[in-house]
Design a protein around this ligand. Structure first.
Ligand code: SAM
Length: 356
């Protein structure tokens, strides 16, 4: 009798453990499948990695964000001052590349005098973010902030994918980025000419695409290639406002950049190669590189901007990295020869290859 009872108990425990595991797997699967990550071959690591939840670890960030919401809701400038002070205090301890510097910049803008405002608006990323959010009277921004401090559900801004994309606009288009990245030096090294055709692969909301557009001029073309349609939509709104006709947005699958053969003088990949190389199965990784090789003209350039794992005096950058030697080895198998190497920021390098 006792033994039967024990067996029954063991059976019941095993069944509930199975149900629980199933529920957890289901949860993981659901987080993985909706949205642009619809290709089931894209591994979970890649998804988690790029879909990291907002990093509100320091409680001062939540206070700052709550104060910023209060400013937008009520016009309370003391709350705005507090928000700016808190962001300013916490940002140096955060990894480079979060959304917070953009939020601090927005605080600064609204606290500035009229003459300071025009100085701040000379920053192209700041001006674009401000204009973009002003189109919804900052409702879209405030809703994101509410989600971040759990005052609104993620579903109100398109679920995890909506949150991730909006956080990325702020992070990738942060007004302090060009100083950190030494973007002027990067552009000088890339040295695009008027009339050239260039692709920005994994362009995000278009930080580099917009600069390329200035360089190649009306006779050239920028292919802004992305798997995330929300980024391309942000870029569409900005390019229409700025009346740019030389940016073609290309929504692509994970394994093909979607550009016709022998089109490009230059293809540029910033902060994506580490993921292509390290987190994609070969069934995606190799076809995407092969599609790039086809799209680049013979003698054309393939330019990789990424982060090295080997750094002394590292900056506080905790993003993903890849050794440039791995990139070089991989691309040599596709007939790309390294011709120039630049170290831009302490961990950020630029590699220029030529298609043989
Ligand atoms: C870290 S972000 C970098 C964005 C941009 N290059 C920048 O520096 O601001 C990488 C981007 O690549 C996009 N992406 C991921 N896999 C891709 C693929 N196979 N083809 C094109 N874009 C991809 C992501 O959606 C994301 O916007």
């Amino acid at each position: 009798m006792f033994r039967r009872l024990l067996n029954g108990l063991i059976l019941a425990l095993t069944a509930s453990a199975l149900v629980l595991t199933g529920a957890l797997c289901d949860d993981l699967w659901q987080r993985r499948t909706p949205n642009t990550f619809s290709d089931p071959r894209v591994p979970l690591y890649w998804y988690w990695n790029t879909n990291a939840a907002p990093r509100d670890v320091d409680p001062r960030l939540a206070s700052a964000t709550t104060d910023l919401i209060r400013f937008f809701d009520t016009g309370d400038r003391d709350a705005l001052e507090r928000a700016r002070g808190l962001y300013h205090a916490v940002i140096p301890s955060l990894t480079v590349g979060t959304e917070y510097p953009a939020l601090e910049w927005i605080c600064e803008y609204f606290l500035a005098s009229e003459s300071e405002k025009s100085r701040l608006l000379a920053n192209p990323e700041g001006a674009r973010l401000l204009w973009y959010f002003s189109q919804s009277r900052f409702h879209e921004l405030v809703q994101l902030l509410r989600v971040k401090v759990r005052l609104a559900p993620a579903a109100s801004i398109g679920g995890l994918e909506g949150v991730r994309s909006a956080v990325q606009y702020l992070a990738f288009m942060r007004p302090s980025r060009a100083d950190w990245e030494h973007t002027d030096q990067l552009m000088a090294a890339i040295d695009l000419k008027r009339g050239q055709h260039v692709a920005d692969i994994g362009c995000g909301p278009g930080f580099h695409s917009l600069r390329f557009s200035d360089r190649v001029g009306d006779t050239g073309m920028v292919y802004a290639v992305e798997t995330n349609p929300r980024h391309l939509e942000f870029l569409r709104v900005i390019t229409e406002r700025e009346k740019r006709t030389n940016i073609k947005r290309v929504l692509c699958p994970f394994d093909d950049v979607g550009i016709a053969a022998n089109t490009l003088d230059c293809a540029f990949v910033c902060s994506l190669y580490h993921a292509i190389y390290g987190a994609m199965p070969s069934g995606l990784r190799e076809p995407i590189i092969a599609s790039l090789r086809r799209a680049i003209k013979p003698g054309g350039r393939f330019i990789i901007c990424d982060n090295t794992p080997y750094v002394q005096n590292d900056s506080n950058y905790f993003g993903n990295r890849i050794s440039r030697y791995l990139v070089e080895d991989h691309l040599s198998q596709y007939g790309f020869r390294l011709v120039r190497y630049y170290q831009l920021a302490s961990q950020r390098y630029l590699l220029i290859f030529v298609r043989q």
